[in-house]
Design a protein around this ligand. Structure first.
Ligand code: ADP
Ligand code: MG
Length: 208
């Protein structure tokens, strides 16, 4: 049987992610204090709180409508690099999903479209020590596991994302504020790759 993801589940994903971001805001900010400006936790927490408020105040007929709201809310409420990058992800993700019910294949294509948006906007590739280091292996693992079903694919994506996040820790950053540190950025876990893994883990918990 084909798994179909309801719009209600996508909303649950966003609410769950907002909660997990709130719980991990201290960790994300601590990671950003080592190689950035100590605001990734507060940026993401502010953005996702605004997303929850937006979800509370409207009904969404489709995933496309829902993620348009999510993306626009993040772009307008978060000043740091992460707001426009996460915002672009959700805008592209939602428009690729469109108005039809989403199955595992459609979800994979939409995730990939969202990540292409992040790459276009931030010009980062794998190895630059950004959220792309978590996303790229996650997308490949998702596709490789998709024949085993939506839940297996999302769990594989989250696990591969965590490996990618950890593989980036010894690297020197080439994009964003961390790149200003040059060699001194090596040996620190990337905050954006860390929040990306939280997004993938909450997807596995809510969408399958
Ligand atoms: P800022 O760097 O503006 O303070 P945040 O602290 O909220 O914004 O987010 C920092 C995270 O954003 C980094 O850990 C990194 O993963 C991600 N990031 C920064 N610049 C880029 C970029 N050009 N492309 C992709 N991700 C980036
Ligand atoms: Mg920062």
């Amino acid at each position: 049987m084909t798994d179909v993801i309801e719009t209600r589940q996508f909303a649950d994903w966003m609410r769950r992610f907002a909660g997990v971001i709130h719980e991990n805001a201290g960790l994300l900010t601590e990671l950003d204090s080592a190689i950035g400006d100590a605001d990734h936790g507060s940026n993401m927490d502010r953005g996702m709180s605004a997303v929850v408020a937006a979800l509370d105040s409207a009904e969404f007929a489709s995933a496309a409508e829902l993620f348009k709201k999510v993306g626009m809310t993040l772009v307008s409420s978060v000043g740091g690099a992460s707001g426009p990058l996460y915002g672009t992800f959700f805008l592209r993700f939602g428009s690729k999903l469109g108005d039809e019910p989403a199955d595992a294949e459609a979800l994979g294509s939409a995730l990939r479209a969202g990540v292409e948006g992040i790459k276009q906007r931030g010009k980062a590739e794998v190895g630059d020590k950004t959220l792309i280091d978590a996303w790229a292996p996650a997308l490949d693992a998702y596709d490789a596991a998709r024949a085993d079903g939506l839940g297996a694919a999302l769990q594989a994506a989250a696990a591969a994302g965590a490996e990618g996040r950890d593989a980036a820790t010894p690297l020197v950053a080439h994009k964003g504020r961390a790149s200003y540190l040059g060699e001194r950025s090596a040996g620190h876990q990337d905050p954006g790759a860390t929040s990306t893994v939280l997004l993938l883990e909450t997807a596995a918990a809510t969408l399958a």
